[in-house]
Design a protein around this ligand. Structure first.
Ligand code: ARG
Length: 462
């Protein structure tokens, strides 16, 4: 059965049909499609487009279809072009001609846009939960290893000592922003296009506000032309996904590098690594490598969608059907990655000794410059003086802390005997006490704030 058979004399080309059909992927909208129809049947009855009996008949059929979907008993047939057609075909089989009334004033154009938004709203809730779980894993791990010091890197060169927990917590805040952005784009996703019809609006006066409330939308679209062609919410979602993916790839990369033998700062639990078919000693971080690589496809989905939308004429065009696979794949990929990332973080084996062994004293040069600053030397000057000391130590082939005091005094008399107190990694870390710094106390405060945020979002979601 096609929904548009009337004006056609013959049947359509099979290959064209296969090319155009979306059932292979949009079957994933099955539950939301039926839920949308249930609410729409109610709205039609309230607008007196259908009788109470007709509504009951439609609802019984739709409920049955839901059950069939849940039990995996719904049988798709060759002619099912997309999920909307499939549901209507089955409804006709179940309740007869009255099924044809359900599409009164509705087009697949407003229907599919509504379905996709409903689907995405469900997935956004799941993704937010998965993000919170990863944040929780990060906080738990940061608390477990509080006090472990590691080199902090800029340009991938040793820069300043850091608490391992401080590095790890840096990902908490990236994910926090991801959650904020998700909540923000959710607002624009939760706007209902249903009632826009094909392009011009609803001719039977359905109460769209009531319909929206029943479906859990927070508002209705204000322009039917915009409503059927608008996929901004898809672009926003995919852009959001792209940035989250970039964050995950960064986490993955740090872990891949630090679990290498050269660093050995940590080990990824065996359960999340694989061996080599040739080299018996290998423990490859495949899952993390893929987490790095998935960025290609997620960013690709965003580019796909922008390219599909670019230059489209107003209203609905079949081009828009291309939105769904991008969304489905982004959702699946990210859900999987977030769950894996939480497990990987929780089971990381941290090697504090290896981290300590890697700490190069040169990283305390800034602390030495700060030492002079505390004696009133302007930072620019102290930076230059310490630079001279670094060069002198290099010339003599000694570490900065082993450069004799006389050498320091020769560079500047404001270096005093207490300067050697600077060469202590723990003290260096613990001097960074300002909010957001790596001092143990500051990191404890940071973790407490993170936990507050987690508890807050937990209670608002419940
Ligand atoms: N499968 C279509 C899509 O995903 C449903 C909407 C079809 N509308 C139409 N006028 N052909 O966009």
């Amino acid at each position: 059965m096609t929904l548009w058979g009337g004006r056609y004399r013959g049947s359509s080309d099979r290959r064209m049909r296969r090319f155009c059909d979306s059932i292979a992927f949009d079957h994933r909208l099955k539950t939301v499609d039926v839920k949308g129809s249930i609410a729409y049947a109610n709205a039609l009855q309230q607008a007196e487009c259908i009788s109470l009996d007709e509504r009951e008949l439609l609802l019984s059929g739709l409920q049955r279809i839901l059950q069939e979907f849940e039990a995996g008993e719904f049988l798709f047939v060759e002619e099912d072009e997309d999920i909307h057609t499939a549901v209507e075909r089955r409804l006709t089989e179940l309740v007869g001609q009255v099924a044809g009334k359900l599409h009164t004033g509705r087009s697949r154009n407003d229907q599919v846009a509504t379905d996709l938004r409903l689907y995405l709203l469900e997935q956004i809730a799941l993704l937010d939960g998965a993000l919170a779980a990863l944040q929780t894993a990060i906080v738990t791990k940061a608390q477990m290893h509080l006090g472990v010091i590691m080199p902090g890197y800029t340009h991938m060169q040793q820069a300043q000592p850091l608490l391992f927990s401080h590095w790890l917590m840096s990902f908490f805040w990236k994910l926090q922003r991801d959650r904020e952005r998700l909540a923000e784009s959710r607002k624009r996703t939760a706007v209902m296009p249903l009632g826009a019809g094909a392009i011009a609006g609803h001719p039977f006066g359905v109460d769209r506000e009531a319909l929206a409330a029943e479906l859990g939308f927070r508002a209705v679209t204000q322009n039917s032309v915009d409503a059927v062609g608008d996929r901004d919410f898809v672009v926003e979602f995919l852009a959001w996904a792209g940035l989250l993916q970039v964050h995950l790839s960064g986490l993955a990369e740090d872990l891949v590098v630090w679990s290498s033998r050269e660093f050995g700062f940590l080990a990824v639990d065996e359960a999340f690594t694989t061996g080599s078919s040739l080299m018996p000693q290998k423990r490859n971080p495949d899952a993390l490598e893929l987490m790095r690589a998935k960025t290609g496809r997620i960013v690709g989905h965003l580019v796909t969608m922008l390219a599909v939308l670019k230059g489209l004429p107003s209203g609905y065009c079949k081009d828009l059907q291309e939105d769904k696979e991008a969304v489905f794949d982004a959702v699946d990929t990210l859900c999987e990655e977030l769950r894996l990332a939480a497990q990987i973080v929780l089971t990381l084996q941290i090697d504090g000794d290896r981290m300590a062994a890697a700490l190069d004293e040169a990283m305390l040069s800034t602390d030495l410059a700060d030492y002079l600053v505390r004696k009133g030397v302007p930072f620019r000057e102290s930076h230059r003086l310490v630079g001279l000391a670094v060069r002198r130590a290099e010339d003599l082939g000694v570490a900065l802390s082993h450069l004799p005091w006389e050498e320091y005094v020769a560079i500047d008399p404001r270096f005093e005997r207490d300067l050697h107190g600077v060469f202590d990694f723990e003290m260096s870390v613990n001097r960074r006490t300002a909010v957001g710094g790596t001092a143990r106390g500051a990191v404890e405060t940071q973790i407490a704030r993170a936990q507050l945020l987690l508890n807050h979002t937990r209670s608002t979601r419940e």
